[in-house]
Design a protein around this ligand. Structure first.
Ligand code: TXA
Ligand code: MG
Length: 341
C-alpha cells in the first residue's frame, strides 16, 4: 500500500481518502493521531487492527467546534465554560454519548465518548471539510512511544495506512489531559497532561479519585491498564541531580557489559556523555515543558539504537512534570535505580 505524505496545501486529498474509508494520520499540538471517520465502522475496525489496539480500549473523537450537542446527552452545567477556556486545546472530555451517532467500535461498547478539539489549524480544517468528526488514537503501534513528529508516524505505519498529513513537530509532545465529566461528584482526571489540576481549579474537581488504579479495579480510562510508551530496552529512572547515583548506575551496567543510553537534562548529559554509548538531551532541568516536547523522540531514538539499557532523569512532579513523570513511570514500569542496587 502507498502512504501519501500530504501537506496542508493538498488537504483535499486527505479529505477524499478519509471519506472513502481510508486511514490518514493527522498532526495535533499534543501528538499525531491515526484518523478515520468516526461513523465508519469498517475504517474504525482497521484503525484497531493496524495499531494493534485491544478492542476494549475506546478511541478519542476529534471535533472542530465547541458545539458538541449533536454527540452527547446530558453534560454538567459548567461544560460550556470549560470548553470556552480550554478548547481548542489539550483537553479530552468524557461524556455520555448520544446513541447511534458514532460507529459502535469507537466507544468499545461504553455509553460514554471521549471528545477533543485539537488546537491545530490544518487538522481543524480537515475535520470541517470531511464533515464529520475523526477518531484519533495516538498514531503509534500499541505499547510504543507516541508520535510527536510526522517521521515517527511513518516509522510505525509506512505502507500500512493511506496517508499522513504532514505537520511540524508537536508543540506539547505528550497526549492530552483526559477528564471524566460523568461522575456526579465532580471532574475526575483520568490521564494527566498539559492541562493540570491547578488549571482546572475554577471547576468542580474530584481529586480524591486516583489516576493510578489498583490492579483489580476496572479501569476508568481502559488505556491505563496497558503497557505504554516503551522502547524495547529497560529504563531505569534516576531520582538525583548529583552525579553520585548516576556514576553508580553507569558502573553497574558497564560491569555487566551493557551499552548505556542516557535520557536527561542538558547538564547531566554534558557531564556523562563521554562515559556512555548514547545520550539524548531534554533541555534545562527546570524546563519540564521542553522535556515533554522531546520525550517521545528521545525514547524512539533509543528504541532504534543499539543500547541495552536507558538511564532516565526524574523530573519534579509539578505542572506538566506530573504528566511527564506519568509517561516515564509507565515506560519504565516504575523502575527506579536505588542506592542499594
Ligand atoms: O492528545 C491526545 O489525546 C492524542 C491526540 C492524537 O489527540 N490522542 C490520544 O489517543 O492520546 P489514545 O487513544 O492514545 O488515548 C485515549 C485514551 C485512552 O487511555 C482511552 O482508554 C481513553 O482515552 N478513553 C477513550 N474513550 C474513553 C471513554 N469513553 N471512557 C474512558 N476512557 C476513554
Ligand atoms: Mg496512545
Amino acid at each position: 500500500m502507498k502512504t501519501e505524505l500530504i501537506t496542508s496545501d493538498y488537504i483535499q486529498e486527505a479529505v477524499e481518502l478519509l471519506q472513502h474509508g481510508r486511514i490518514v494520520a493527522f498532526p495535533t499540538e499534543t501528538v499525531y493521531g491515526l484518523g478515520a471517520v468516526a461513523n465508519d465502522e469498517h475504517a474504525i475496525k482497521r484503525v484497531y487492527e493496524v495499531k494493534g489496539r485491544p478492542s476494549d480500549n475506546p478511541l478519542i473523537v476529534h471535533v472542530s467546534s465547541r458545539d458538541i450537542s449533536a454527540y452527547v446527552n446530558r453534560v454538567p452545567e459548567y461544560t460550556p465554560a470549560l470548553l470556552e477556556k480550554f478548547w481548542p486545546g489539550p483537553l479530552t472530555i468524557i461524556c455520555e454519548a448520544k446513541a447511534d451517532i458514532f460507529a459502535p467500535s469507537v466507544t468499545a461498547g461504553r455509553k460514554t465518548v471521549a471528545l477533543r478539539m485539537p488546537n491545530h489549524a490544518t487538522t481543524l480544517d480537515l475535520i470541517e471539510r470531511v464533515g464529520f468528526p475523526l477518531v484519533g488514537p495516538s498514531a503509534n503501534k500499541s505499547g510504543k512511544p507516541s508520535p510527536s513528529r510526522a517521521a515517527h508516524v511513518l516509522d510505525d505505519f509506512f505502507g500500512q495506512i493511506e496517508g499522513v498529513v504532514y505537520g511540524e513537530n508537536s508543540g506539547i509532545g505528550i497526549e492530552s489531559t483526559v477528564i471524566d465529566l460523568t461522575d456526579p461528584s465532580g471532574i475526575v482526571i483520568l490521564r494527566p497532561g498539559a492541562i493540570t489540576e491547578a488549571d482546572l481549579k475554577d471547576f468542580p474537581l474530584n481529586i480524591s479519585q486516583s489516576i493510578e488504579l489498583s490492579e483489580n479495579e476496572p479501569p476508568r480510562a481502559p488505556g491505563m491498564k496497558y503497557k505504554h510508551y516503551a522502547p524495547r530496552q529497560p529504563i531505569y529512572l534516576i531520582d538525583s541531580q548529583s552525579p553520585d547515583l548516576w556514576n553508580k548506575a553507569i558502573r553497574k551496567f558497564k560491569q555487566e557489559h551493557y551499552k548505556i543510553g542516557i535520557l536527561a537534562d542538558d547538564n547531566l548529559v554534558e557531564c556523562f556523555e563521554r562515559d556512555v554509548d548514547k545520550t539524548y538531551q531534554l533541555g534545562a532541568i527546570e524546563d519540564a515543558q521542553s522535556a515533554a516536547k522531546y520525550l517521545y523522540d528521545g525514547l524512539r531514538f533509543f528504541d532504534k539504537s543499539d543500547v541495552d539499557v536507558i538511564l532516565a532523569q526524574v523530573y519534579e512532579k509539578k505542572g506538566i512534570g506530573i504528566a511527564l513523570m506519568n509517561r516515564l513511570e509507565k515506560a519504565s514500569n516504575h523502575t527506579y535505580f536505588n542506592q542499594k542496587d
